[in-house]
Design a protein around this ligand. Sequence first.
Ligand code: NAD
Length: 493
Amino acid sequence: MIDEKEIRKIVESVVSSVTSNGSPQAAAFSVGTAPSVIPKATPIISPTAGIGGQDGVFDRMEDAINASKKAFEEFKIFSVRDRERLISIVRRVTRDHAEEFSKMTYEETGMGNIKDKIIKHKNCAKNSPGTEDLVSRAWSGEKGVVLEEFAPFGIIGSITPSTHPVPTMMNNIVIMLASGNTVIFNPHPGAKKVTAYALQVYHKAVVAGGFPENLFSCVKNPTIDSANIMFKHPDVTLLSITGGPGVVKAAMSTNKKVIAAGPGNPPVLVDETANLDHAADCIIRGGSFDNNLLCISEKEVFVVESVFDKFMLAMEKAGAYRIDELNLNLLAKKAFIPDEKGGHVLNREIVGKGASHLGDLVKINVPEGTRMLFGETNKDNLFVMEEQMTSFMPVVRVKNFKEGLEASLVAERGYGHTAIIHSKDMDRITEFASVMKTTIVVANGMSTQGDGPDDGEAYLAFTIATPTGEGITSPRDFCKIRRLAVAGSLRFV
Ligand code: NAD
């Protein structure tokens, strides 16, 4: 019989032989004596982050992939319970640094607002789903027992957007590592500094907690080229893409499994049975959150004619600022720039900007504290058809529910993302959900109630896989399902 002391000795020697540096700290974790207080991280991105990377940040994508491969092997000995402990470290770091990460993100990207970003980080820390999502299945009968388990996929390559760089990275780390994968990030170049900084803070805390290095990593200078290396590398077995149409298309043309979270243009339909004050309040709160940067946020509103004027008054009463046709056209000229093909491109300068900023652009005085501008447009207006992600809400008059539903379907552009309805008629809500076929439908609430329990129910993800169909992603989406069938045995009753 081996006693407990000997078992500890064996485990310690195994762990120190497989962890990257064999540090006593790492070995200590394996026997359940990890430090309870995580040392305060002081990350510095060296200008010459070398081949080995520095706290998870690499100069070259190839080196990040090699390090991730090693980390994946090292991670195999850690139990599901260990992974849950890792996740709790990541949650705590997010809570502790929510303000810092939010300020840094705002400074680097110039989009959104710090107050809402802090809420976003905290919500992510609390509500990202962990290992509880991985419930095995079993069948038992006279022919034996079958067990299905969630196994890791391997090394995941993740693209993150500029709109929520750290929450997406944090949420991905939790969801992907819950099932034993490792992940490499190619972040948006416009948010590379805050992403690398935050990754180093997480990395230090996780390594100090006794886990291997490089379970998650990123490149210091992400480019389309570094993304392409990740897309093509044989050791990267799964791609997770959170971004606009360009990157989703690029990733889906690789021959890898892709979980793609693409763009959205969520319409809101308000019918004559709706509580108009509530609808206006929801549209302003959901649509102005972080200055409309969320892909699920309300982007255009269709209102049934018989209640249109009342609804516009309700929007004003709830604090939105109405602009007239002249100013709306001026704003459109600032927002959409003609391109050489006779079309137009979205001016990134207006993305994630607040109502007063938009007011300044067209030289109107917007009352202080206003969260949203709004105005009447026709249903073909660019503000309706483009995912503009800013603090202006186009409102379109429609004859009736049927016309509103048709217009919502066109404005959603087949992204299959999110749609919102305000109505007291259950049959219409059902028809709306059935016809829109979006991943998320919210009825009588704000968009944020569709993804995250601080406002609604269920769990939260920042990677909402629309074109590939996984929906609001959770750990099981990043797993291989493996089955063990034991014939004629193990049934013991
Ligand atoms: P973006 O498409 O500009 O960039 C996303 C990432 O893709 C960046 O890292 C960028 O460098 C990279 N990229 C772009 N084209 C590429 C290509 N051809 N090959 C390789 N990499 C490429 O997106 P963004 O502006 O940062 O984010 C906003 C967009 O993301 C919106 O469309 C929004 O709806 C969408 N989004 C979707 C979800 C979701 O869960 N479905 C979540 C957040 C954001």
